[in-house]
Design a protein around this ligand. Sequence first.
Ligand code: MN
Length: 291
Amino acid sequence: MSRRQIERIVTPPAPHYVGDGFRVHHFIPGAVGLSMQRMDPFIMMDYNAPFYFSPSKQPRGVGVHPHRGFETVTLAYQGKVAHHDSSGGGGVIGEGDVQWMTAASGVLHKEYHEEQFSAEGGMFQMVQLWVNLPSADKMSPPKYQALEKKQFGRYLLDDVGSVVEVVAGAYKDAKGAASTFTPIHLLNVTLVDQASAEFEFPAHYTTAVVVLEGNIRINENKDVPANHFALLDHSGESFSVQGQGPAKVLVLSGEPIGEPIAAHGPFVMNTREELIQAFRDFENGEFGYLA
Ligand code: MN
C-alpha cells in the first residue's frame, strides 16, 4: 500500500454571499487547482466557515432556484438550514445532519436559515457539495434523502471520543447512510487531542480533506490549518490525518465519472445542447412550481 501525497493545500478564497444567508468560501470550481474536471465527481463546493449571524426576524437564505443534472449535498455543522423543493421534499437540516437532494431531471428549491435559529442568531457552519451524475442518470426522477446524524455508521478510533462518522460509502466496517449513484465516500472525522486516522481509497479516486476545526497534519509531515482544503494526488491509496489538538475534518473520496462536463449556473450537463434544453425547460415551467 503506497502513500498518497498532497497535491496542494488551498487557502480559503475570500468569502462571498449566496443569497443573504450563506457566507461561503467557494473552493470548487475556481480555487487554484480545483476545476470541475480535476475534482470529478465533486463539481462544486461552498464552505461556510464558522460565522456569527445576528438575530433576524426574516430568515436569511436563498430564494427559489432550479437545479438539473446532479445532486446537492448539504452538511450542517452549526446552525440549522430549512429547505423546500418542488417535488414536495422539505424539512430542517439540524446540526450534524445531511440533506442529499438528487436534482437529476430538475427541481426548484429554496434554502434558508431555520426560523428559530434565525430569530435567536448564532454560529453557522456548513458545507454544500454538488455531486455529478453520470449521463445515464442525469434525467432520472428527483429524489431526496434526509439523513440524520444518528443514521450514520460510526467507527470509534479510540475510547475518548475520536470517531469516523460515515455519511456515504464506508470506513472499515462502518457503513454510510446515503445511497449514491457512483462510488463515493463522505466521512466526518472527529479527532480528540492528537488522535490520528488512516484512510485508504483506490488511487484513481478524487480525494480531499476539508479542515472544519483545529489544525491537522497529513502523512506526519504536512500541516493544514483550520478552514483550509487539502487535495490529495493519485500516487497511492493511503494517507493519515492527525489532529494537532482537537480537530474535525470532512474527508471526501469519489470515483471520477470521466464524462464531458457542460456547466452553467444551476445546470450541469454533458453537452451545450443539453444546457440550452435545461434553460428552455426551466423557462417553460417544466421544473414544477414552488412559492
Ligand atoms: Mn440550491
